[in-house]
Structure formats: C-alpha cells, structure tokens
Design a protein around this ligand. Sequence first.
Ligand code: ATP
Length: 314
Amino acid sequence: TEAWGPDDDEPRRHHGPVRVRVPAKINLHLGVGPLRADGFHELNTVYHAISLFDELTARAGDTLTLTMEGEGTGTLALDETNLIMRAAKALAARARVPAYARLHLRKSIPLAGGLAGGSADAAATLIACDLLWGTGLTREELAEVGATLGSDIPFLLHGGTALGTGHGEAISPILARPTTWHWVVAIADGGLSTPEVYRKLDDLRAGSWPPKALDGPDDLMAALRQRDPEVLAAALGNDLQAAALALRPELADVLKAGSEAGAVTGLVSGSGPTCVFLATDAAHAGQVAAGLNAAGVCREAVTARGPMPGARVT
Ligand code: ATP
C-alpha cells in the first residue's frame, strides 16, 4: 500500500490510503483568565494527550467527501460545518491545491465531551491531507493553519504534555521525565457546549460567591517532574469545573463515585461533561473503571494512559 510519488524533488505524495491516529486531550491544569473585551478568555493550560483515539483515513478522490462510523454517527454533521471538511479546505487553500479527497472517520472520542474530539479530527485531517496531496508543510505551518480553526488543534498535532497559552493555541512542550500516568475516563450521556460553560463561569464570577480561581500552573509543572500520583493529584485543577457542575449537577455524583471507587483524585475534563480520574497503575485504573461502571453514574468508564503522541500516520 506504500506508493510514493516518482519524482524525489517533489514533496512526497502518498497514493495509497493515508491513515492517521489522533488522541483525545485532557487538561491537567485549566486556568481561565477574566473575560476580555474581545469576548475571549486568556488561558493558561497544561494539555495532556491520552490513549483514546480517533482515526482518519484519506484516499485520493475527485471531490471532497466525508463518511464516518462509531461515536456520534447520525448526530455529527458531515457537511462543510464539520471541522474535518474545514481543515481540509483550509489546508488546500494554504497550499493552493484542489481540496479533493475521500475522508473517512472512525470515531471513539465522544462529541462535546471536553476531550477536544473535533479539534483532534481536524489535526488528523491536516496530517493526512498534507501527505495525500504532497503539500509538504512543516508541523509548525500545519499548526498555524490549525490555529485558525480551533485553539486545541496545535496541541493535537503536537501531543505529549504541553503548556498552552493565549487561547490555548500557543504551545510549549513540557520536558518531564518520561512517566506514564494512568487515567480512568468517565464518558457521560450527552455533551456540554463549550461556549455555554464559559458563559456560566462568567456568571458565577459576577455573582456573590465566585469560585476561587486557580493559581498558575507552576505546582503542576513541578508535580510532573516527580513520579508520585499523590503529588500530581494535589496539583490538578480546572477553573471550568464549577461551571460544568453548575450546568450538570449530577457530575458531582460521578466525582464522588470515582473517589469511592478508589481513584487518587478526579476532575472534570476541559468544559466537561467527561470526568477523568487518576489511578496509581494500570491494574488500579481497571478497578476504578469497574467501580464507576458498577455505580452506573456514567455511560461508560474506560481506562487510558498518557502522555501519547499527537496526530501520526499509522
Ligand atoms: P473542546 O474541548 O475543544 O471544546 P469538545 O470535546 O467539548 O471540544 P467536540 O466534540 O470537539 O467538543 O466538538 C464540539 C462540537 O463541534 C460538536 O458538538 C459539533 O457540533 C462540532 N464539530 C464539528 N466537527 C466535529 C468533529 N469532527 N467531531 C466532533 N465535533 C465536531
């Protein structure tokens, strides 16, 4: 299946199907600054890519088409509003090539879950179409194209564990000792709208009992340099959690059930409603997931590891 362009001076073009695997992200730290005049919040976040993957396949075609299977099939629009279509068109415009491809998504990352599944798919599309079309952009150039579509996309190209500033699109890798962390991901029934969660946070902050805002990510960065789950647990934090809990009070039951199932700690992932729990090792993660599934507080609890690489050809 590996058929490369004949001319070595040309950027490499892939004729066979290009298959790209892309991870979901969680935020180990999500500090949300005040609402600015331009309607955005300055973010200070530590992204972490986990082993829950979508897979995008790109084949040569004479128009641009998208099909899918798995999570969200029948719900997710496959038209030009889909981030995959938007990413393919943005890359084609940037590289001045026709946006022709047959794209197929195998989705495992739940929709509107706070795991950045849409951004993950866009990142996978950029990698796949770059190779299919032989556009030969650098990862930095792909990240620039991605950042125009969504703030999480540069991180999902990069993967690992990284600090995100600005709207989250300015990434700097965190050089930590290579440690694998073990997580349990509690997938909810239904999603939460990210803009709605931010609006709720603004409301709560304008009210009489504003939730305490996180300090900077320094404690978390220090904790990542150790291998102790208890130390990491104490440093995890998410400013959006109070807002997600206000919109979806039953998430408190999920967090409680995870703690009763023995998790070191738990928190809402990004804008929620997915909750993630830290475990000490793979076996412990399995026990916590089993406890959460038995409690019946979420659609499904699955184990995952991190950090994982970003969008990559398989
Ligand atoms: P984030 O954490 O980045 O806010 P999320 O994980 O909460 O994202 P996503 O699943 O990434 O949510 O996307 C939210 C919305 O984006 C979806 O409800 C859908 O309307 C739209 N969307 C567009 N393209 C995609 C895609 N390929 N996959 C998922 N959602 C998409």
